[in-house]
Design a protein around this ligand. Structure first.
Ligand SMILES: Nc1ncnc2c1ncn2[C@@H]1O[C@H](COP(=O)(O)OP(=O)(O)O)[C@@H](O)[C@H]1O
Ligand SMILES: [Mg+2]
Length: 278
């Protein structure tokens, strides 16, 4: 059986700097894989290459056996590869539902766009339900909390029915509650799709990660169950040696934003809190 995503001997060079260095990586159908590594390891660049944003100097990226290198971004999306960015990109003036509705049209052929009825397609409400934002469907995206914004971006991705999701630091800046909810959400999403998550929050990894791949200086350093990876001396060296430069510690607690005082479940489940906030 071939892997869903198969990256071979990948090389990315920026002005002589080798951001990805002869990297090979595989992801099987149905996996929920975590990708970690110090800042500058090349994690975002790897996602950029898979999604057609950055052209590699060499190597190949095969998705379901098809070469993606050289294909345009929109074609890669149409083939079933979706991503989120480190900073959520949503249209603030549009409502939550309109954002998802718009995203739903990305993969649609022109003719079906013309025939499309004005009421939202079933998939839109379903995506909103998955991320628990139905309660704020008619509110402008501008009123969403930081965490809800990330979930909206996720809904915009889900509605496109990707087979492979690449999520770049989806819990960055989230409160503890929002992180928990996102972790559960990822588990749920991964039941139907293959998911690669870039994340290095230790608490989050401990709770939700099974298989972890560690990247360092454009290469794969090691791969395996979290406990095994943590015990690897090379991994410890990379993280400990860099901790002064602001790289999150792989071992030990990582500071997370506190939940606002008085925030109950509403902050997690969407609905009332954001809607009532303004
Ligand atoms: N467009 C670019 N031009 C030049 N250098 C880049 C560019 N994008 C990333 N880099 C460099 O490549 C390295 C890997 O970056 P990145 O993939 O963002 O790392 P990570 O996501 O693991 O923190 C870094 O040293 C970064 O400065
Ligand atoms: Mg990054």
């Amino acid at each position: 059986m071939t892997a869903l995503l198969e990256i071979e001997d990948l090389e990315v060079v920026f002005d002589g700097f080798r951001a990805i260095d002869h990297l090979s990586f595989q992801l099987d159908e149905g996996e929920l894989r975590f990708l970690i590594g110090p800042n500058g390891a090349g994690k975002t660049t790897l996602i950029d290459v898979v999604t057609g944003l950055t052209r590699p100097a060499g190597g190949s990226v095969r998705f379901e056996g098809t070469e993606l290198v050289g294909r345009r971004e929109h074609e890669i999306v149409r083939r079933g590869v979706g991503r989120t960015f480190q900073t959520a990109t949503v249209f603030e003036q549009l409502t939550v539902q309109e954002n998802v509705d718009l995203a739903a049209t990305f993969r649609m052929p022109y003719r079906s766009l013309l025939r499309r009825a004005r009421r939202p397609a079933g998939g839109v409400m379903q995506a909103l339900a998955t991320v628990e934002l139905e309660g704020v469907a008619d509110r402008p995206a501008a009123v969403l909390s930081h965490g809800q914004r990330q979930w909206l971006e996720l809904a915009m991705l889900l509605v496109q029915q990707p087979r492979l999701l690449l999520l770049d630091e989806p819990v960055a800046g989230m409160t503890k509650q929002e992180r928990s909810r996102t972790g559960e959400l990822l588990g749920q999403i991964a039941k139907e799709r293959t998911v690669l998550v870039v994340e290095h929050d230790m608490d989050f990894l401990r709770r939700f990660a099974s298989t972890v791949t560690v990247m360092h200086e454009g290469k794969i350093l090691c791969e395996g169950p979290l406990a095994e990876v943590q015990a690897n001396p090379m991994v410890q060296e990379v993280y400990l040696g860099r901790s002064e430069r602001g790289t999150p510690a792989l071992v030990g607690a990582v500071a997370v934003p506190q939940d606002p005082p008085g925030s109950g479940d509403a902050a997690v489940t969407g609905g009332a809190q954001a809607a009532g906030a303004r």
